[in-house]
Write a protein that binds this ligand. Sequence first.
Ligand code: Z16
Length: 838
Amino acid sequence: MAQRKSKKTNSNKTDCSRTGMTLIDLNRCFNEHLFYTQGRLPLSATLNDHYMAAAYTVRDRLLHRWVCTVRDFIREGVKVVGYLSAEFLLGPHLGNNMINLDIFDEVREASENVGRNLDAMLDHEEEPGLGNGGLGRLAACYLDSLATLEIPAIGYGIRYEFGIFDQEIRDGWQVEKTDKWLRLGNPWEIPRPEVTYEVKFGGHTAGYCDDGGCYRSRWTPDRVVRGIAYDTPILGYKVNTCNMLRLWKAEAVESFDFASFNVGNYYGAVHEKVYSENISKVLYPNDEQIQGKQLRLEQQYFFVSCSLQDMIRLHLAIGKSLEYFHEEFAIQLNDTHPSVAVAELMRLLVDEHHMDWDTAWHVTRNVFGYTNHTLLPEALERWPLRLFANLLPRHLEIIFEINRRFLDEVRVIYPDDEARIARLSLIDEQGERYVRMANLACVGSRAINGVAKLHTELLKTTVLKDFYELWPEKFSNKTNGVTPRRWMVLSNPGLTRLIRSRIGGGWIKKLDRLKRLESYAGDDAFRREWQAVKTGNKQALAALILERTGISVNPDSMFDIQVKRIHEYKRQHLNVLHVVTLYNRLRRNPGLDMLPRTVIFGGKAAPSYYMAKLIIKLINSVADVVNHDPAVRNRLKVVFFPDFNVKSAQKIYPAADLSEQISTAGKEASGTGNMKFSMNGALTIGTLDGANVEIREEVGADNFFLFGLTAEEVARIKSEGYDPRSIYLSNPDLREAIDLIGSGFFSRGDPDLFKPLVDSLLYQDEYMLLADYQSYVDCQDRVSEAYRDRDRWTRMAILNVARMGKFSSDRAIREYCREIWRVSPNTVEMEDFGDLVR
Ligand code: Z16
């Protein structure tokens, strides 16, 4: 590449002004792509053609920054973050890149010039749904903040051909549809057919003596798969830094086909190809519960191995020795999904790069950090030893060796404490043997963190207690955050404009500056404008609800929204009990002066999670009855919004009045939807769980609707023996609500349909809905009262937004950078490539 003189540019100017791009240039580029990329004349261009032309036009603006950023990845002294995650829930790119390039208005005008409405194009984009929920979306927010803070970083993951399924609702039930997100092509990715690595599976190991007389292990696999890199540029907000997300696609290794081909086994060769490509075929749709499928372990190992090999190649490219690998890279394990990386890095260093064990272990232990995202026992990953041994025989040897050395150390510190040693062991030996991935991650990492204050404290006293006692200095908290670029600027332009009109735009990068809005909470004119923005957002959502569900809702009613994955611990059915309670009040007293509410639900259930799917059916069944009962007279509406995803989330959060964050205390590690709602001016009704605790701390107890047991109380009551039935028997309103569901009232007279749900509440109630019911209903009554005083409500909403600064993912990433990764910003200098670059 011809390199001309290097030129420093002003990073506060937009691309348009920086490179001298004008609207005319943008229009020309747009039309060129329409013609040369899509092969269309303006008159015959479809919506997709226009979208593609717009996407390529915007992508072109990213590439100059990208090549300059990537150039610095292999510059000595620039430490790079490698963020390993099985999921990245990115959401649509076009609008976000336009925001970060600061060319939103210009592109809008350019598209109007070709006779196409920008919003139609934005709506047309298929989102990459390469994640389940919170964890995947967090990874996406973190990539945005890393780039915005000018931290050199690479996200590593899997290029699933099919992401999280599309949800349809038929007869009230969830139906899963394959997510064919690549059907129309993906203009945001750049395939790198020359960046490939081989990944071995299965087979056996054998010991041998190397030239120096050292005992070594040689792994002879029975399968080899190739990973191919697909890169997506990740631009920061108004900076030159454009990092990359590198996702791996699995392909067959040709030499393996040929072996079969030569003996005439054509079918076998093709089978091998199909088999290999299976690895990156589909995202496992389970959130917070493990399935233990071999293919899932294959996926994990596949992307981890490709990613580590890639980082090693980059490291060697700067000419430094691998014993300094941890000085050039900081690798974060997003949950235990990539934790086999600990064994794989050891294997690469010891077996492939002939490093001695102690040096390799020093490097490994200093390069990794591990983030835990859950306390739920069913979500803690363990792999049956058999399965692990068959797929990764060499890694099991390495894990045994790590474990042997580790437990030797433990025995010195805790002599004769066999119970503790058994708990710390990387191998679970009670009954069937398992490899414990969280233990592997803890032993192999320099830093371990939880995702909210409460969660981190609970980690230290429960699931990771023994590790905390062993290495307290490794533990820290990193409360989650979300990016205000996507979750405010892009999704809520009305609010953004209003805030800008008073305090400028500095808050978009320094969210703490929203504090300056506090003084406007008492300003009548500001409050009226605020309400107008909210009403506009509610009207837009009402139109979308009508389009998607056929239900018409009243934008003047309170929009009470719970959107998140469906899970018993998140207690969507507690919300339903409240709806039924309100409904019973209306049936009892048809003239009741009740604050009109629209209760909106959204979220996907894991396809194999029966109770979660039954909860969806329950919501839809209650909705059917309530929405059609003339006695209700528009005082209560219930909506299940189908196929909740990033795209619809961007229209839902801005329209909420009330945010439902009602998990059983101690169960939600953090939550991030809670932050998105509050940033968009919704008030929260919630328990003291996850980040709710800190949100309440920040916005003030007066501006937060708190109810329910604390995590401590939950644990105490559980240990003393919890009896949901006695609560049911002693609370008439609760009994009436449960009985109505149990009677078949919402299921066309069929008492069996919801029996499993009702029984689980009456006889187990693992998540203590009944214990929190009255406190929740009372709290909801306070909510309704507060909403009647619209000025007071708006004041509270303004204060919520003003005090959300802490929950920017920029703050979270700064903490990771300083306290875990020890990386600092690298200002990307733009290089003038002369005629090469427009
Ligand atoms: C997930 O989304 C989360 C945890 C987990 O173990 C697996 C998945 Cl797929 C979520 C937590 O439930 C949520 O509380 C948290 O905010 C989010 O991870 C990000 O940390």
